[in-house]
Ligand binder design. Structure first.
Ligand code: NI
Length: 252
């Protein structure tokens, strides 16, 4: 169930049976010549929607813009500063908590979000601990799961891609989007990547990133990606996260 496709009465009814909610979070940033700018948001939400089908958990609107300052030298990339993203997450959770949601399960598709999302969780817990949260806010719990770090996902990725997985515009994330969006992927997938596997290295600011990684990829060879592998990885991610979501919302 996607909250955007429900009425307020349906959400109110849902809250009588569950106070858990799944929040996909991604990014809007370049993913090299063969990957969509929306990759990180598209992967997070496609997994969230299927986890919802299995568990009955409600899915919030996707947070599609993340912390991606290092990608800004490539056209189309957008970022929220860490301080902005923290504020966005605080406001989203406080809005939902006002209605009675108290278990927030973030499915994340972007490594650059990790520190900032965890900082946002700490800000929210600090509101409780310092007694500055609204007095009627229920005690909240927040977790973030990076789908690409799941055990089963890693196993399949290691087996199929090995070192070609890389760390940005990875073979796995691009495979997932090729599975979900075959028509658009047919347009971009044939681009000849040179070199096939991109260089590895550390990330600093946007200009430095572009000079070190001129086509936008880091360490990956996404020419190995295809829809069939994407379907397999998707199944791994969804199965793991469905179990994990149930545990999270059921735990007292
Ligand atoms: Ni990505």
């Amino acid at each position: 169930m996607r909250m955007q496709l429900m009425t307020w009465q349906e959400v109110e009814n849902y809250l009588r049976t569950s106070t858990g909610i799944i929040i996909p979070i991604g990014s809007t940033e370049q993913h090299g010549p063969t990957g969509f700018i929306g990759t990180d948001a598209l992967t997070a939400e496609m997994i969230a929607w299927e986890v919802s089908d299995i568990t009955g958990g409600l899915v919030a609107p996707t947070i599609s813009i993340g912390m991606a300052q290092h990608h800004l030298a490539f056209a189309g990339s957008m970022t929220l500063r860490p301080s902005t993203l923290i504020a966005v997450i605080q406001d989203i959770i406080n809005s939902l908590a006002r209605h009675g949601f108290d278990r927030f399960y973030f499915i994340n598709g972007h490594g650059g979000n990790v520190h900032t999302v965890n900082a946002a969780f700490s800000e929210l817990y600090a509101e409780t601990s310092l007694k500055t949260a609204s007095t009627d806010r229920p005690p909240i719990r927040c977790v973030m799961r990076n789908w690409y770090m799941g055990r089963a996902v890693r196993e399949v990725s290691n087996e199929i891609f090995g070192d070609d997985e890389g760390s940005h515009a990875t073979a796995s994330e691009i495979a997932l989007t090729y599975f979900k969006y075959p028509e658009d992927s047919a347009r971009i997938a044939q681009f000849n990547l040179d070199p096939p596997r991109a260089p590895e290295g550390n990330i600093y600011d946007a200009e430095d990133y572009r000079s070190q990684f001129p086509d936008g990829r880091i360490g990956s060879n996404p020419s190995r990606a295809n829809a069939e592998i994407g379907a397999r990885l998707m199944k791994c991610a969804v199965t793991e996260m469905a179990d994990d979501y149930r545990d999270f919302v059921d735990k007292a």
